[in-house]
Design a protein around this ligand. Structure first.
Ligand code: PAF
Length: 286
């Protein structure tokens, strides 16, 4: 890497990455992998911490993946804080920062796409149809490059997590996928790199999302009809000050299949809503 010196070992190409990981493997060491798009916060560091529990070595990737952004989305303005990320990763005990260039991930002539059904259907896909194709291709590539024993993903992006479980199973990727509970601020707001876009006034509204989901979950548990709870929770978010609501949905927790009524198996409530130019997502087990 030719950028300023970073305070931990780092790799910028799959070849450099593989050389380091091969050295660890030769010494009989296990490897955990934390994929990120950088702008790291306590939620990411929780993944690194869990990685250190799961394996002897931890690799964290920082790559703002262009294929998961639509042309009108925030690819250009997405926060990029590589030096700061490297500092916190070093402090957190990460062993290797993998920050590949876009050219090494998507070289001239790159021609492969992944289309997914199952848990990728609906919810995010209804509003960001390009999203899971981009996530699936980059996660498949990263998992193939690192070949870790275990890879950790936050439950905050719950549909993404279910998609990645499916992807790894369907493509026989041997890395074990682990979901890690969402880190929240003292008011229940799920930590996200995009929270940096929120004004003080928006932050106050954003902090109501989690409480609305908790109230909805309690209503479903006490027998209220799913469709009424979904509709009324979306309406309540607008009253709270959200500009619009993409969805509030109660789904079967593993497959994310829609539910006509509550079932006696794990369910999940998921929501996405807009505040100004910021789109917030959150979810919770029922
Ligand atoms: O959740 C994210 O940060 C990204 O979607 C991921 C999994 C790193 C793929 O780019």
């Amino acid at each position: 890497m030719d950028s300023p010196p970073l305070p931990l070992p780092h790799a910028a190409t799959p070849t450099e990455l593989r050389r380091v990981v091969a050295g660890w493997r030769a010494a009989g060491e296990t490897v955990a992998f934390v994929p990120t798009m950088g702008a790291l916060h306590a939620g990411h560091l929780r993944l690194v911490e869990q990685g250190r529990v799961e394996a002897r070595r931890v690799v964290t990737s920082v790559f703002v993946n262009p294929t998961q952004f639509a042309a009108h989305e925030d690819l250009e303005t997405y926060p990029r804080t590589l030096e700061q990320d490297a500092r916190v990763l070093a402090e957190a005990g990460c062993d290797l920062l993998y920050a590949p260039t876009a050219k090494s991930m998507y070289p001239e002539g790159f021609a492969t796409r992944i289309a997914m059904d199952g848990p990728a259907l609906g919810l995010e896909t209804d509003h960001r149809p390009h999203f899971f194709g981009g996530v699936a291709i980059v996660v498949a590539k990263l998992l193939n490059q690192v070949r870790a024993d275990v890879a950790l993903f936050g439950e905050k992006d719950y549909q993404q997590l279910r998609v990645i479980f499916r992807l790894a199973a369907d493509l026989d990727i041997p890395t074990r996928i682990v979901g890690v509970p969402t880190e929240r601020d003292g008011h229940g707001l799920a930590l996200s790199s995009r929270n940096a876009y929120l004004s003080e006034a928006e932050l106050e509204i954003a902090r109501r999302l989690n409480g609305r989901l908790a109230a909805a979950a309690a209503r479903v548990r006490s027998g209220d009809p799913i469709d009424a709870v979904e509709r009324e929770t979306a309406e309540a978010l607008i009253v709270d000050g959200f500009a619009s609501v993409d969805y509030v949905a109660i789904r079967e927790a593993d497959t994310l299949n829609p539910l006509a009524e509550a079932v006696d198996q794990p369910m999940r409530i998921l929501a996405a809503a807009w505040l100004g130019r910021t789109r917030l997502i959150d979810n919770m087990a029922l």
